[in-house]
Design a protein around this ligand. Structure first.
Ligand code: ADP
Length: 165
């Protein structure tokens, strides 16, 4: 059983995240989308909302061989990966700017848990500038995020904006 975790904030899930998930499908038997509980980041969506939204989007993906699950965690990614008996931590790299941060994280995680490899997958060119933060900024200012955020997630962003919280 080759299980990987794909940890992140996913506030909210973008097409860039989805692209990384799809690229990792042939590599593993199970991928756990691991939503970091980070209330100090003042997220747009609660961790419960994020898990539910991701679950709904994942149900649309055709996966014959790979199981896709969603879970949340707080604390160290390496501890969560060990708890899940994962062999790998999947991360996406968009540009050189990501590399420096990701390198530090991966080396630290390797020190904490030497048996777990970090696997970097390159972002699709068309999503290489997409981040949750940029999508929230553009959306909040009334710009179009169509095609960069899954439709179901965009609908939730609209609901959230309309309800004013
Ligand atoms: P974190 O706060 O841990 O960086 P994110 O939700 O921002 O959480 O990102 C989770 C992972 O997804 C990271 O490895 C990040 O590099 C990757 N990622 C984010 N956006 C994209 C994208 N557009 N294309 C590819 N990978 C991405």
């Amino acid at each position: 059983m080759r299980r990987a975790i794909f940890p992140g904030s996913f506030d909210p899930l973008t097409c860039g995240h989805l692209d990384i998930i799809e690229r990792s499908l042939p590599l593993f038997d199970e991928i756990v989308i691991a939503v970091l509980n980070n209330p100090e980041k003042n997220p747009m969506f609660s961790v419960e909302e994020r898990c539910e939204m991701i679950g709904a989007v994942l149900r649309e993906i055709e996966t014959e061989k790979c199981l896709l699950t969603v879970d949340s965690f707080s604390g160290l990614t390496a501890d969560f990966a060990r708890k899940k008996e994962a062999i790998a931590i999947v991360r996406g790299i968009r540009a050189v700017a990501d590399y420096e941060y990701e390198l530090r994280m991966a080396l630290m995680n390797r020190r904490l848990e030497p048996s777990i490899e970090t696997v970097f997958l390159l972002a699709a060119e068309e999503y290489s500038y997409v981040s949750s933060t940029l999508m929230k900024q553009v959306f909040t200012l009334g710009g179009r995020v169509e095609g960069l955020i899954p439709k179901a997630i965009e609908a939730k962003m609209r609901e959230k904006a309309d309800s004013g919280n």
